[in-house]
Design a protein around this ligand. Sequence first.
Ligand code: CP
Length: 332
Amino acid sequence: MINRLISPEVPAFGPHLLSVVDLSPEVLTGILDTAESFLEVGHQSVKKVPVLRGKTLLNLFYESSTRTRSSFEIAAKRLSADVINISTTQSSVTKGESLIDTVRTIEALGADGVVIRHPSSGAPAFVSSRVGCHVINGGDGCHQHPTQALLDLFTIRRKLGRIGGLTVAIIGDILHSRVARSNITTLSRMGARVRLVAPPTLLPRGIEDWPVEIFHSLEKGIEGCDVVMALRLQLERAAGGFIPSVAEYARLYGLNAPLLERVAPGALVMHPGPVNRGIEISGEEEFTESSAILSQVEFGVSVRMAVLYLLMGGGPEEVLAGGAVPDKGGKE
Ligand code: CP
């Protein structure tokens, strides 16, 4: 089993995963192939392999999360790592401890890797330049959400058999979306055509330089698409101030079953979650055939196992020896 988990073809990346910008098509493919192997672990009666035995992963989340945090926790546990979750509302962050002091404390406690979610763009990169452990970006401000983009790629490839040549419409609050920024890079790098469907006020400046086609009409934007990816309207980042009203936005940019007759046959409906039901998507029962939303969650565990293994694991020899993976020293 373990033998089949090793993907020696994966080009090296790391020591951190801060952004998808530096990931070549070869690295992206290698991560997806590794995740494919790890998918099997979730179907075994004992859902564990010993590849990160003796390692400790810390989840440090300054913003709320259901999917990303629990997915990293399950992924690390399936790889036999120890996991500690720090909720900033119950930590010394509430007493004024800085981000860097918090992470240095975590490192002193013996963490080999830390997953950081932070409202400020660049916070994980800032941390990575000051600590010796592996840093994984779990979502930073409006900047990047690398593992979401990887699991989205994986879901598309699994469900449709390919990524190259597909047309993907990303719909909604592009302005505030780290998911959109990461996905635009990975999808276009893997040969997909990307459309952005949004009101002009929810598109960032400089969008004309991105490798995308822009649509303001949802009907026209999703016409013939293989994938429609709705984004959450990020009301916590004041998205409500960029639209006349939420009801108006839902009327113009909310997906519903009649609209989906315009997409390509067999097209996927995706959403990173959490869904604002009735705003981005009308009702779950309308999309049972085409919805990949829960598959995105399921596949996210395998993709995060692949990322943790490739960043924090030892080489094939150590894993095949069945022992604890030797420490890579962090600062390679
Ligand atoms: N997609 C995503 O990041 O979801 P959570 O906020 O629940 O982690």
